[in-house]
Design a protein around this ligand. Sequence first.
Ligand code: ZN
Length: 466
Amino acid sequence: MANDAWDDLLTHLRKLSDIGSAIALLSWDQSVMMPSKGADFRARSSATLQLMYHELLTSPEIGALLERLSDDSSLDQIQSASVRVLARDYNKATKVPADLVRELAELEGLAYAAWTEARPASDFSKLAPLLERMVKLKKRQADAVGWEGERYDALLDDFEPGLTAAEVEGIFKDLTMQLGPVAEKILQAADDVPEFTTKEYEPAKQQAFSEWLIQKLAFDLDGGRLDTSPHPFTMTVAPGDVRQTTRYLPNEVLGGIYATIHETGHALYEQGFPLEFADLPIGHVPSLGMHESQSRLWENQVGRSRAFTNAILLKLKEQFSTELGMLTPEEFYEGVNHPERTLIRVSADEVTYNLHVALRFELELALFRDELTVADLPDAWDAGMEKHLNLRPDSDANGVLQDMHWSLGFFGYFPTYTLGTLYAAAFFDKASADLGGLEEDLKNLDGSRLLGWLRENIHSQGYLYT
Ligand code: ZN
């Protein structure tokens, strides 16, 4: 009997994954290829497909099958994990009333559009009324889904399933208490920005370098692509079709290189899911923090190491002999790891980055604990920047308005950046101990043993475990 129900469920799962593929491809195309005049109709196509996806996921048929399978002891590990993950998605999706889903979707569009105007104008009042509505709706959504400890738990659960606000709060308290003084010491000792980092580098040559680099890192170009977009990202259309993007700005050569390494980390993870997990709810990452752990590991632990920077400098000098000909490995290493107090999270260095995230987490928590109103957000932001980074924003554009996340209703997302960074450090530590001699590998730009370790212990597991 169980096999019949499982086979029926598989039919639905394949449909869900086909619709999901179409949604992903439309979205990738929108960010990479689509002419701007296509935006209106593209938004409609995407919304229609998303509605179809939602209707299928919450259909009574899937509900009935999940009920039959949820305590079926004849299922193997892959099947029962799939049922567990799907039941979770199903329960969350059915608990939120349709009118709230629609209201949230509409508000996301409006608030994001308002943000794109508010930021360049540095005018928080353009976003504030919509953000107020957003916080109100997200509270309703959290209450509809349900929570045990506190409301923020329900929001966090969308990105880092099972983790609670109290746990994350503890992690950030420990982290900032120890990181704050260390960062301060490092910042005070830091030299000026190394000159080579601000020179002009021809984008076409940067592209050639990135294309060389991703192959060195074993990104499979027969199962993926590298393109450009203003905000680098990685998106899987389907197994065998993993697309990453980067960017080549003339005066930000390091930004481009490290965006490429970061996205390659995400993309290697996506290329590492077993083919037998295709169409199954476990053929995905268990959490956003886990995803970020893979990008950060390649970007920070590998990419910013002495061995790795020495190795890529040789190749970079081939491309940019005039700009980098005289640069020593030590100068390059210092440039790659240059610490600096900055107002902007996305341009922050490895030392200060997590302090930016801590600020956002504290503000989100206060908003959803009803300790802070949206109207007071800009002042709270500025005070928090001063507390964590000893820096006062000169404008809302460089303060509370810098990130798009809140306008899209992404509350609970920011902590995953830091969680991923912490997981990355732990994974790399374990991989180094297990493998031994990793530094020698990296000196030769050979990441194959490390990738093998990640494949075996992380990528191949998909979402088999919580
Ligand atoms: Zn990332």
